[in-house]
Design a protein around this ligand. Structure first.
Ligand SMILES: [Zn+2]
Length: 425
């Protein structure tokens, strides 16, 4: 017996080294069999519903590793089911919307109320992003005072919420840190807290006084990140980016961090994905480990849109499809120590499954500077199942959004003016 079988698709499951044409069987919300050629269910038992997925790609339920889902509480919060599950994402990871003072609300009002599975990186600032918005456009943010950068509170909260909290988050940027004065100490405390709690640290590092290149006696980023820590916003192009703009090459210290096991995450967002930097880095062979949206109120109607749009951008840059799928399934699952539960089509696991289609197209897609490239292949979600239950896919309209391109071009000028005003720092 099987409740459901998805037939005829190409199944890509990087965790299990699978790229094959086969049928996938689901029973009682779990994956019970993958194979073809008959013989299942045993004894010729009935199959309930049959979905023909010819010319589609079936993958483990997609994981969006960087979103902001604390809706109504933080300025950046979007609706988790409406914006993630409805676009093929079955697990999302909130990137520091809550700190130890506000985590219970994220659990009670968002995680427990949503169909999409949610994990969280806990912000090192106890109030998280409750009053914080984008960094780098104007002053004001979560580490303007170090009084709320509470190592003990953070570590205790991680220990009390192991089922939910999978890491610690920090943003270092002059805009949110009393003009950079608090950056090194907040960074030091975040490293300490992550070490004590035994979880990875995710760092947003842009417009920062903390150097990219190692400097004796001074903390650097990613220089002081450890294996398993995450550098998010890999291609942001602002001050502190991974690319040496003078040589056009990725900094040696950045390559060294990658070899050491530091993970690089896209975290597209509203200000953190420049075609120029993505092209230069990937041409040199510097590919991200994880693809994520940094979906929030300012990025969700473009320029990030959804996870499959960001995946399409990486496909456009020449990242092989199997690597793109790994960067939204097996790799993010491993980064948060959840490989046994999510990110693969392991027999016996909850049936979190996404069905994708690759459409030929010719679409101008903007980056966060409002520059465009012509995308000729688009990954689109067709169906999504969370624990064996199907949820509707909702289209993004308009896609692409011309207003987003103009908004990004305007912000790009504002970022430049802001950076100029802080040049002395
Ligand atoms: Zn973010």
């Amino acid at each position: 017996m099987a409740d459901l079988v998805i037939t005829g698709a190409r199944i890509i499951d990087p965790a299990n080294g699978l790229d094959t044409s086969a049928d996938l069987y689901i029973q009682d919300g779990r994956i019970v069999h993958i194979g073809n050629g008959g013989g299942f269910p045993p004894g010729g038992a009935e199959v309930g519903r049959i979905i023909d997925a010819k010319e589609c790609v079936v993958t483990p339920g997609l994981i969006d590793f960087h979103v902001h889902a604390y809706e109504h509480v933080t300025p950046l919060g979007i609706n988790l089911d409406g914006r993630c599950l409805s676009r093929g994402v079955t697990t999302a990871v909130d990137a520091g919307s809550a700190g130890c003072s506000t985590l219970n609300g994220l659990r009670k009002f968002i995680k427990d109320q949503s169909k999409c599975r949610l994990y969280a990186f806990l912000h090192i600032a106890s109030h998280g992003l409750a009053s914080a918005a984008l960094a780098g456009l104007k002053d004001g943010g979560e580490i303007d005072s170090l009084n709320q950068v509470d190592v003990d509170g953070c570590v205790t909260s991680v220990r009390d919420n192991r089922d939910f909290v999978v890491g610690i988050k920090l943003r270092i940027s002059v805009a949110i840190s009393d003009n950079g004065r608090n950056e090194p100490e907040a960074y030091r405390r975040a490293l300490q807290a992550a070490g004590e709690a035994g979880v990875p640290l995710m760092v947003h590092h842009s417009f920062s006084t903390v150097p990219t290149v190692r400097t004796p006696g001074v903390l650097s980023c990613p220089g002081d990140l450890r294996a398993g820590d995450i550098f998010t916003h890999a291609f942001h192009w602002h001050k502190g980016c991974l690319l040496d703009k003078e040589t056009g090459r990725v900094y040696h210290d950045v390559w060294e961090a990658k070899r050491r096991g530091v993970l690089f995450d896209i975290g597209h967002g509203f200000g953190s994905f420049a075609w120029l930097e993505a092209e230069a880095c990937t041409k040199e062979g510097f590919w991200p480990d994880i693809i994520s949206t940094d979906l929030h109120t300012a990025s969700v109607d473009g320029p990030a849109y959804d996870l499959t749009t960001v995946m399409s951008k990486m496909l456009h840059l020449g990242m092989p499809l199997n690597d793109v799928i790994a960067a939204v399934t097996s790799k993010p699952a491993a980064a948060i120590g959840k490989s046994q539960e999510i990110g693969s089509l392991k027999i016996g696991n909850e049936a979190d499954i996404t069905i994708l289609r690759l459409d030929k197209c010719s679409i101008e897609l903007e980056d966060t500077r409002g520059e465009t490239r012509t995308i000729t292949e688009r990954i689109v979600p067709v169906r999504v199942f969370r624990s064996g239950v199907e949820y509707p896919i909702q289209e993004i309209v308009p896609w692409p959004n011309s207003a987003s391109k103009e908004k990004c071009q305007k912000a790009c000028k504002q970022y430049a003016a802001y950076a100029q005003s802080k040049q002395s720092l």
